[in-house]
Write a protein that binds this ligand. Structure first.
Ligand SMILES: [Zn+2]
Length: 260
C-alpha cells in the first residue's frame, strides 16, 4: 500500500481491443469534409494509436466521474481557467524550482495525474501498436457542408478504419507517481475494462474499445492501486461512501490478484 507522500515507479501493460471499427485519424485529417480520412500510421505504414489519444480518453472519463461525485470543481477545466492561479503560474515561469511545491498544491487530481500546461504528467503512455498485421477497411459516408447546407453540397467521403477485433499493446510507465494519481489511473483503467471510446466517429458507431489483460510491475496487486482511491485524504471533495462504492463495486476482494 502506498502512503501519502510516497512515490512509486510502475509499469502497466495490457491490451486495447477494438469492439467496433476504430478510426484514430492523423491531426491534419480530422475534418469530415475531407474526402479521405486515413488512420494515423507510423513511418512503415503500420496503424497505431498515439499514447496521447488513450491518455486523453482516460482523462476525460475520470474528469466526468469526479465532477459527478464532487461537483464541478473536483476536476478543473484546463481549456478554461485551469486549477493553477495566474499569479502562481507567472511565478513558476520565472522561478520553477522554488514555485513547484506551491504549484503542485494547487493542481486538481486530474491535472496531477494526467498533466497540465504547467506540470508534466508522471505517467507516460507509449504509442499502442497492433498485435500482428492489420487489414484496414474503409467506411463511406455523406458529409454536408455546414456553410451551405444544400443537397448539392453533399459530398461522399471515406473513413479508413481498423477492423473489429484488432488488439493493440498498451504500455504505461510511471516514474515517481504519487498515490492519488495511481488511484485515478486505476479508476480510469477499470472503467475502460468494461467499455470505452477512442478516436472519431462515435455517433457512427465507431471507436468502442475495451482494455484487457492488465498487469502491473511495481505493485503487488490491484488492491495497492485501489487503496489509493479510497483514501479520503486524497479526495476531500468526494464523500467517503462514494469512494468506497467506486472502488469496490463489481469487484470481489480476490479479483485482480497480481493484476492492476
Ligand atoms: Zn486541473
Amino acid at each position: 500500500m502506498t502512503e501519502m507522500g510516497v512515490f512509486l515507479k510502475v509499469r502497466i501493460r495490457g491490451a486495447v481491443e477494438a469492439l467496433s471499427p476504430l478510426h484514430v485519424g492523423a491531426p491534419s485529417s480530422t475534418s469530415p469534409l475531407e474526402r479521405d480520412n486515413p488512420v494515423v500510421k507510423d513511418g512503415l505504414g503500420r496503424p497505431y494509436i498515439p499514447g496521447s489519444s488513450l491518455k486523453g480518453a482516460l482523462r476525460s472519463r475520470v474528469e466526468s466521474i469526479l465532477r459527478g461525485l464532487g461537483g464541478p470543481n473536483a476536476a478543473c477545466d484546463v481549456l478554461d481557467t485551469g486549477c493553477v492561479d495566474k499569479r502562481t503560474a507567472e511565478e513558476f515561469t520565472r522561478n520553477p524550482a522554488a514555485t513547484l511545491p506551491k504549484l503542485i498544491g494547487q493542481l486538481c487530481p486530474v491535472c496531477r495525474a494526467f498533466g497540465s500546461p504547467w506540470f508534466a504528467s508522471p505517467l507516460r503512455f507509449g504509442d499502442l501498436y497492433p498485435e500482428g498485421p492489420v487489414r484496414l477497411e474503409t467506411r463511406t459516408g455523406v458529409a454536408i457542408d455546414r456553410d451551405r447546407l444544400t443537397a448539392a453540397s453533399r459530398r461522399l467521403f471515406t473513413l479508413e478504419v481498423v477492423p473489429v477485433g484488432t488488439t493493440f499493446r498498451l504500455d504505461i510507465r510511471g516514474e515517481r507517481v504519487d498515490g492519488q494519481s495511481l488511484g485515478l489511473l486505476w479508476l480510469a483503467l477499470r472503467e475502460f475494462e468494461s467499455d470505452g471510446f477512442l478516436g472519431g466517429g462515435r455517433s457512427r458507431g465507431l471507436g468502442r474499445v475495451r482494455i484487457k489483460d492488465l498487469n502491473c510491475e511495481g505493485l503487488r496487486n490491484l488492491t495497492d492501486l485501489r487503496l489509493n482511491l479510497v483514501d479520503p485524504a486524497y479526495w476531500p471533495q468526494v464523500a467517503a461512501e462514494d469512494l468506497d462504492q467506486l472502488a469496490y463495486n463489481g469487484l470481489g476482494p480476490e479479483e485482480g490478484e497480481g493484476r492492476v
